[in-house]
Ligand binder design. Structure first.
Ligand code: ATP
Length: 512
């Protein structure tokens, strides 16, 4: 299936089953803003819980906070966002569509990479296990030619970004024959900088009101609370502060469903370390975060690292974890070594000392920071897109969401075979017991086959059917979403069977 088609199917499915709706749809929606429905919010909460437990509960030296979205405006002066949180935008004069110049170039480069991938794939097919990728890269003239072009483009691109040379960015687009995907032309405007922060007013009267910003990242709420948490929590370096919360960016191009939104959620952790030890921690967190993603079981080859060629002004190392979304490999999480930039800036702008006294070294310093920052909505999209399967059964197609059981919105569906003969009452009794532990759904409408399909489509790991025999043998049929196998088990064993598969511990234990 083409990438576009897969994404369309996922969007339609997410809407049909109550995962994600366009925001204010009654009024035809709002660009790049979405609402999570009854199942979407459950899945989102489960992803949050997985992250929070992995970061805060499994690490003695990480604590979590929940800072306000509104912050003193000087925060964003100090952090550099007022002056430098810009994206380079470019318009196609024929289609009137707007793009990010850097993204156009990156996508073009990815296409070149795909050509190399195709060539490698041919080799893999031809030579099987004996195929030597490194040798192919070193000797195949097609690959070498393409790689040379990529290297040249990358060098030029990085130089232009570092110098904020907007004319050169435009020239790169033109020289590489990059055209607008809508009009197919290269009739490009100049490249301009565009600040992504949303502004609003704080205060009642126009004269007394001051301009404040909706936070474009959650991290600053952690930095400004560094001293509060360190002192009240008696934290010793190295330690981390974690936070999950909303962030807002007035994105120029927001067309890829929940991949790029104007209001989204981040799960961020700032890890405060001794200066000089930051690279060690950077590599540790790179590893640990990749492991967190991989534990979901979507296949290791769907993840890759992308080290940044151009570092942000505050960073001395940065790496993305990219995921194979329906639109190709794209950033899912960023891991950044932010040096002492943020704390030093806040120290300077606030005039208050932000240092740590290290008893082992017997000296004070501004701690260095390694940050892990993952998009909750992008993780949601990763889960949804890799869980969606269409399977051909004997005479029908089954749509099943193979969501990792621990993240599934509903864990168990309780289904009386018929709506009479006392079966609903027994089913309700079972549901009441299981509801203390699991999110359950009761369904007595339509044939049992149809009910199974409905649960498959929302990713429910287990269906329990109560039939006439249940009344005498105290047993039910339990059906597994993935294998569709059915087993007759005693009611008293249900909670144990379900828990062994849906427990969050199954994911967390893979991280230790
Ligand atoms: P991109 O290059 O894709 O714009 P970024 O490098 O600006 O992303 P960061 O500032 O590193 O992103 O933010 C950390 C994480 O927050 C990203 O890895 C991503 O998962 C998430 N994120 C950033 N912007 C958005 C957005 N507009 N919509 C949804 N998630 C986002």
């Amino acid at each position: 299936m083409a990438a576009d088609d897969i994404l369309k199917k996922i969007i339609a499915h997410a809407k049909e089953y109550g995962f994600i709706f366009p925001s204010s749809e009654l009024y035809d929606g709002l660009g790049a803003v979405y609402d999570y429905g009854q199942l979407g919010s459950e899945l989102k909460n489960n992803i949050k819980q997985y992250w929070w437990n992995a970061m805060v509960r499994l690490h003695e030296n990480i604590v979590g906070i929940d800072a306000a979205i509104f912050m003193h405006p000087t925060t964003w002066k100090a952090s550099g966002h007022v002056d430098a949180f810009n994206d380079p935008l470019i318009d196609n004069k024929d289609s009137k569509k707007r793009y990010r110049a850097d993204v156009l170039i990156e996508e073009h480069r990815e296409k070149m990479n795909q050509k190399i991938e195709k060539e490698l794939e041919k080799g893999r097919k031809k030579f099987g296990d004996s195929f030597d990728e490194a040798q192919a890269r070193a000797t195949n003239p097609n690959i070498q030619r393409e790689q040379a072009k990529i290297d040249e483009l990358t060098a030029r691109f990085v130089k232009a970004l570092e110098a904020s040379n907007l004319e050169e960015l435009r020239q790169i687009i033109i020289d590489n024959g990059i055209v607008c995907p809508v009009s197919g032309t290269a009739n490009w405007s100049d490249v301009r900088q565009f600040n992504l922060m949303f502004e609003t007013k704080l205060g009642a009267t126009a004269e007394g009101a001051s301009t404040i910003y909706l936070r474009p990242e959650t991290a600053q709420g952690i930095f400004v609370n560094y001293l509060n948490v360190q002192k009240t929590g008696r934290m010793k370096i190295p330690f981390g502060i974690a936070q999950i919360g909303k962030a807002f960016r007035n994105e120029i191009v927001a067309r890829q469903f929940i991949f790029r939104m104007r209001e989204f959620e981040q799960m961020e952790m700032q890890f405060f370390v001794r200066p000089g030890s930051e690279m060690e921690w950077f590599y540790k967190w790179k590893e640990a975060r990749l492991q967190w993603h991989k534990a979901l079981g979507f296949g290791d080859s769907n993840y890759r690292y992308h080290d940044h060629e151009k570092l942000a002004h505050y960073a001395n190392a940065a790496c993305d974890i990219e995921f194979n979304f329906p639109m190709g490999f794209k950033e899912l999480e960023g891991i950044h070594s932010r040096t002492d930039f943020d704390l030093s800036q806040h120290q300077q702008f606030s005039g208050k000392k932000i240092t740590y006294f290290d008893p082992e070294l017997n000296e004070s310093y501004v701690p260095y920071v390694v940050e892990t920052s993952v998009g909750l909505d992008r993780t949601f999209l990763a889960v949804l897109s890799k869980s969606y399967h269409e399977e051909q059964l004997d005479n029908e197609t089954r749509v099943v969401l193979r969501i990792p059981a621990a993240l599934a919105p509903i864990k168990v569906a309780v289904l009386p075979l018929v709506k009479k003969d006392g079966l609903p009452e027994v089913a309700r009794e079972i549901m009441k017991e299981l509801s203390f532990q699991f999110n359950c759904q009761y369904d007595e409408k339509d044939s049992i086959g149809k009910r199974y399909r409905r649960q498959d489509a929302i990713g429910t790991p287990f269906c329990i059917t109560i039939d006439h025999e249940t009344l005498t043998d105290q047993c039910v049929t339990i059906r597994d979403r993935d294998t569709m196998q059915q087993e007759r088990v005693a009611i008293s064993t249900l909670a144990g069977i379900i828990d062994s598969k849906v427990s969050m511990n199954n994911l967390l234990k893979q991280l230790l």
